[in-house]
Design a protein around this ligand. Structure first.
Ligand code: DOR
Ligand code: ZN
Length: 425
């Protein structure tokens, strides 16, 4: 195993220092280190973050390998500075059994580019009718702890209650896609001034807020853990703020796109901007950014949702919702938050690692800690070119936008997955 000496890198909140990475761990931290045989990486002007952790990634395998595979998505993740991703269950077949979650977990290990932690479905086939085998998935080699029907809401309150009760036994968490389905039938975009003007059926903010309000009450009643996926409205922030103030065990995520893009993008009728939940208003964005800084929202998660060309480059009404996120998330976070590295590390690495129970991740470099790290050039600016992305899909909403920051290197347990901004394998 090669040793790496990262010279003159700034850890979060610290002065520039050297990091020696050997045998999978951070062996030494300090100025002026030397190590025979180590590969030297000059990191002057660069920042070392704990490897990013994504709570919400769609890898599409099994079933839609034309859109993404565990390997291509893992490569996209590594290039985005991630060392661990949680793979959503809405694959085909659905990840609702020990067999499927073990398959995804094994494919992740074989790719070896990030730790792939499968999420299990809450209900069989995501149909919202019967609980899936949560215990068997938890006991499997994949050790599932997060369960989600993402893409669909667990709309039945009794099923949601049972799921919350069930996972309590092993400190699991139910990650809810909060969307009251009766309020979003036929919805194409955010319900508001723009949808009225464009004549597209609206997805009202209250459809999200009503489910979050219900679910924090259920989680409180049961004493179990709830995680809210892709929070998108100012009203949801207020529901979460109140629940947290009461001590409800609830955490929440926001996506990069909901922090940056508004519903006005729909005016282009370009389906690359179609996503679920939809892009909202500038006022929602302001509330989401404030909530993220405050901690009412715990995490930035990508909701990386690759789609094949034929599912995206068609009429708006027929296009699938979702956008790529892994390779641009850190740049969007830097754009939105500025160089607040401690906040970025907290929201994109430390806290998501804790929520997912990924013990070797989310740790700042210190002697003995697993070397899961990403090295960022904060001064770089880059133009996003869809053709250059490692994802198998091309549906990035940031095409030809200039964004700050560049991932220079990513290390997974001491082995580089990215060096000099390029994937190692
Ligand atoms: O935009 C979305 N795409 N939202 C979801 O909830 C699911 C996801 C997907 O799987 O494409
Ligand atoms: Zn979702």
């Amino acid at each position: 195993m090669t040793a790496y000496l990262i010279r003159n890198v700034s850890p979060v909140g610290g002065e520039p220092t050297d990091l020696l990475i050997r045998d999978g761990v951070v062996a030494e931290v300090g100025a002026g280190l030397t190590a025979d045989g180590a590969t030297v990486v000059d990191a002057t002007g660069l920042v070392a973050l704990p490897g990013l952790v994504d709570l919400h990634t769609h890898l599409r395998e099994p079933g839609r390998e034309d859109a993404e595979t565990v390997e291509s998505g893992s490569r996209a993740a590594a290039l985005g500075g991630y060392t661990a991703v949680c793979a959503m269950a809405n694959t085909s077949p659905v990840a609702d059994t020990a067999g499927v979650v073990e398959q995804v977990w094994r494919l992740g290990r074989e790719a070896g580019l990030v730790d792939v932690q499968p999420i299990g479905a809450v209900t069989v086939g995501l149909a919202g009718e019967r609980l899936a085998e949560l215990g068997a998935m938890a006991d499997s080699a994949a050790r599932v702890r997060i369960f989600s029907d993402d893409g669909h809401c667990v709309a039945d309150p009794r099923l949601m209650r049972r799921a919350l009760e069930y996972v309590k036994a092993f400190d699991g968490v139910i990650a809810q896609h909060a969307e009251e389905p009766r309020l979003t039938e036929g919805a194409q975009m955010h319900e508001g001034e723009v949808s009225t003007r464009l004549g597209l059926t609206g997805w009202p903010a209250v459809a999200e807020e009503a489910i979050i309000a219900r679910d924090v009450l259920l989680a409180e009643h049961v004493g179990s853990r709830l995680h809210v996926c892709h929070v998108s409205t100012a009203g949801s922030v207020e529901v979460l703020r109140q629940a947290k103030a009461r001590g409800v065990r609830v955490t929440a995520e926001v996506t990069p796109h909901h922090l940056l893009l508004t519903d006005q993008r729909a005016e282009s009728y370009d389906p690359v901007f179609k996503v679920n939940p939809p892009l909202r208003t500038a006022a929602d964005i302001a509330a989401l950014r404030a909530a993220l800084a405050e901690g009412v929202i715990d995490v930035i998660a990508t909701d990386h949702a690759p789609h094949a060309v034929e599912d995206k480059e068609c009429e708006w009404a027929y296009a699938r919702p979702g956008m790529l996120g892994l390779e641009t998330a850190l740049s969007v976070a830097l754009d939105v938050l500025g160089p607040r590295w401690d906040l970025i590390a907290e929201r994109m690495s430390r806290v998501p690692a804790r929520i997912a129970g990924l013990t070797g991740h989310g740790l700042d470099p210190a002697p003995g800690v697993p070397a899961n790290l990403t090295v960022v050039d904060p001064a770089a600016r880059r133009v996003i070119e869809p053709a250059e992305l490692a994802s198998r899909s091309r549906n990035t909403p940031y095409a030809r936008m200039t964004l700050p920051g560049r991932i220079v290197a990513t290390f997974l347990r001491g082995e580089p997955t990215v060096l000099d901004g390029k994937a190692v394998k």
